[in-house]
Design a protein around this ligand. Structure first.
Ligand code: SAH
Length: 354
């Protein structure tokens, strides 16, 4: 069976021609799928014969709402979706002044192993498909009734570890015949896979790249982010400079402040030194405690911000949304996995912690 929603318009046209159908039907089908049609029978401007043929050859992904939590504090909505194969992923809808923003997942689980993150505790199960990524935007909009204008790829998974799918998703969600969300309204967050960042830079997309930095020195970064061991901060910063030169787009650096680990003055100074002249912006994130992790939120958030700013680096502190509903990605899926009996409790004690 074919996942038609993962195809872009030219591919759908080519496929229909191959099937002996007229190519112009592709646009109609594409529009139905991107409006959230759940079956081919809904596509009333297609003949019954074509609808039956499509039903026999293709399937339409429709995620089920396994859980939905609405924050009483700020209206943030968190969805736990159950996918076709039984796996669960999360999507968060945040209501900012500049528009409704969805934070979507790119993988079921994550292979990156960051020590402070709930998404990676049980490893990576599989990549999402382009349609499963699109569905998160589409069905969040349909279920909530709130028009979505911005997307951040900051949910479960490492988007650059699912590179081709993510690119295809961007094409789909950007399509004028689909949700038509502009690249400048999309942010992609990565733990810093340099080869993939270079590949992305070559495409010169207008999206915003966020790099999850979390430490400016190799000792700390490698201890909390295993992916750093093969790369190192010097190579990562050099790669970020190349990205800026090639695309003209400033990078945003995410930095979760963890008590006693990465919140020292010398680390702020080293960070400032690396970012000077790059136009890079630092987004300081108050850490959400994860039950299985020994790390605690830093008490020096403002001091760290001021120290960066005193050295000419712009830094903002991320507003906490949805902290009453486990809205730090990975946490809800983690709870559901424990409930489904899919995983044992904490591998945290097996990790190398600084
Ligand atoms: N793999 C990508 C995208 C997913 S993580 C990346 O690493 O950027 C999205 C963001 O959430 C990252 O900046 C990540 O470091 C952050 N994050 C993970 N666990 C967190 C926690 N416990 N508290 C606050 N932010 C967290």
């Amino acid at each position: 069976m074919l996942d038609l929603k993962s195809m872009d318009l030219p591919e759908m046209e080519a496929w229909l021609k191959q099937q002996g159908e007229s190519a112009f039907r592709a646009k109609q089908i594409f529009q139905w799928l991107h409006r959230g049609a759940r079956s081919f029978d809904e596509m009333t401007n297609l003949s019954k014969a074509l609808r039956d043929k499509l039903s026999g050859l293709c399937y339409i992904t429709v995620p089920q709402v396994e859980r939905k939590q609405v924050s009483a504090q700020d209206g943030t909505i968190k969805y736990l979706w159950r996918l076709k194969d039984g796996n669960c992923i999360e999507t968060v809808l945040m209501r900012y002044h500049h528009g409704n923003t969805v934070c979507i997942s790119s993988q079921v689980g994550c292979a990156m192993g960051c020590a402070f993150c709930a998404s990676t505790l049980a490893g990576k199960v599989r990549n999402l498909t382009p349609s499963e990524m699109l569905d998160q935007v589409l069905f969040t909009q349909l279920d909530s009734g709130l028009p979505i204008s911005n997307i951040v790829l900051m949910g479960i998974g490492e988007p650059l570890d699912n590179f081709d799918t993510v690119l295809r998703f961007l094409t789909l969600v950007n399509s004028p015949d689909g949700m038509n969300i502009g690249m400048r309204h999309i942010s992609l967050s990565t733990c810093g896979l340099t080869e993939k960042i270079d590949k992305l830079a070559a495409l010169r997309l207008q999206l915003t790249l966020s790099v999850s930095l979390h430490a400016p020195d190799d000792e700390t970064r490698s201890a909390i982010m295993p992916s750093n061991r093969a790369v190192g901060v010097e190579r990562l910063f050099a790669c970020c400079r190349r990205y800026f030169e090639q695309t003209g787009r400033r990078i945003s650096y995410e930095y979760i402040l963890i008590d006693g680990v990465n919140d020292h003055d010398w680390q702020a100074d080293l960070l400032a030194k690396h970012l000077k002249g790059t136009g890079g912006h630092v987004n300081l994130i108050p850490m959400n405690p994860v039950a299985e992790s020994p790390y605690q939120p830093s008490r020096r958030v403002n001091a760290f911000r001021k120290r960066l700013e005193a050295q000419g680096i712009t830094a903002t502190v991320r507003r906490k949304l949805g902290s009453d509903i486990d809205a730090s990605c990975g946490q809800l899926r983690r709870k559901q996995m424990l409930a489904d009996g899919k995983t044992t409790k904490s591998p945290a004690e097996k990790r190398d912690l600084p």
